[in-house]
Ligand binder design. Sequence first.
Ligand code: ADP
Length: 485
Amino acid sequence: MKPIVLHVAAEVSPFHKSGGLGDVLAGLPPALDEVGLDVRIITPRYGEASKFASLGGADALKPWPVPLQITLAGQTIDVRVYEARTHRGHATTYFVEADHLSRGTIYGYGDDAFRFAIFGKAAVAIASVLARSRNVGPVKVLHAHDWHTALAVWYVKALASSIRGVPAVFTIHNLAFQGVERASSAPYLDIGWDAFHELFEDHGTLNLMKGALLVADRITTVSPTYAHEIRTARYGHGLDGLLRWLAGKVRGITNGIDVHAWDPASDKHLPAHYDADDLEGKAACRDALRFDVGLRAGDAPVIGCVSRLTRQKGIDHLCDVAHEIVRHGAQLVVLGEGEEDLEHRLHWLQTAHPGSIAFRRAFDEALAHRIYAGADLFAMPSRFEPCGLAQMYSMRYGTIPVARATGGLVDTVAPLHNIHDVGGATGLLYASDHADGLADALHWGIDVVRDRGALHHMRQNAMRADFSWESSARRYLELYRELGV
Ligand code: ADP
């Protein structure tokens, strides 16, 4: 029987997703199955945030026959688990339902640490049942993703259970979110004071990610460049010293994308289809996008952006340069939601430049696909970017990313150096921290769009680049092998 690798994550697309984390848990499991692992995933079952349409509805979930009760801070909590064959038959997913945890949205509650402590305990309980089962292979690795699962790593190491001693991998998808709580929360999360002082204490607060980094057997981040950056004060979010110290167990493995779900030749959200050999459908997608979002018809270059609206993503810089982009004859369409001041600025920009700037405040998967396909350039002015998927989707759709040279953007975009000698370039990278750097890069991008030869060459490079999950899965397998799989 194949060895089991158990992934634990707060997001798994298409069931529940707020960003790239959900996409990773959609794309990586099938690729790990292909390299010979039995991939099982443990994730919450939220309220309205969880959608099961892809399985044909919630009826496809089988209630787990094993009753589960966990204790947390002396309280007994009933947990309901549902099992389904997911990922087109490549994985099994266990959905954990419990009071407090199963609310309307994924995150954003004052008691999130407590909610994910319940989830962590439930994950360890499920893992223990699997480890004792004779009908499945041995549980070889517990692979936890981001701070929400930090406590699962801790409980695996600390609790007396049949999976104690199973190696744990902890993946940092975004170091900016560490799960920081008041120190007084420790007892409510079953973190004793010794463990608090040795592992979780961070300048007087309780830092869940810090504890997981210390106890995990391996740490990964989602790109090699980010794996280096997080060891520096600039990108380390206060944990750079610790990460320098732990450098021997840190690896950077670049994310892939689901090239079946994201394929302009067959994407159900698009009004026309195309591929690298025949790009005609892309022009139709661009016209339809302009019409959809209210941009003026014509041949102005279209700059797209699909993003959480945050300073991390540099959306303030995009707002700063929007006026100048329009003056330069380009159009801008932004889809996203996030920080209120950025939403207000984008609304204002749309009002100030009707027909040239369009803003949709929404989380809209279909429109996201239509922007990736219909835009000429894709703006990604991130201050930091652990990996970034949006630039890979845009390249897959022949849309040239204009991105700040940081993190995974460096690892996935082959930068243009000379418009007269495109070579293998797939996008534009700029180094500056300032909005001016973005403005210059976008002007350059607009020049590329107006140079038909260079544009065509870059589009073909971008669309032919290999962003599939296979090579990442092989890297994860190597890592698991180091841990005895
Ligand atoms: P992050 O995970 O930091 O938000 P990524 O680039 O790794 O950034 O992944 C973002 C994912 O979320 C992409 O799939 C992107 O298309 C999607 N996304 C972000 N905002 C929206 C939105 N408003 N509507 C639809 N999809 C969105």
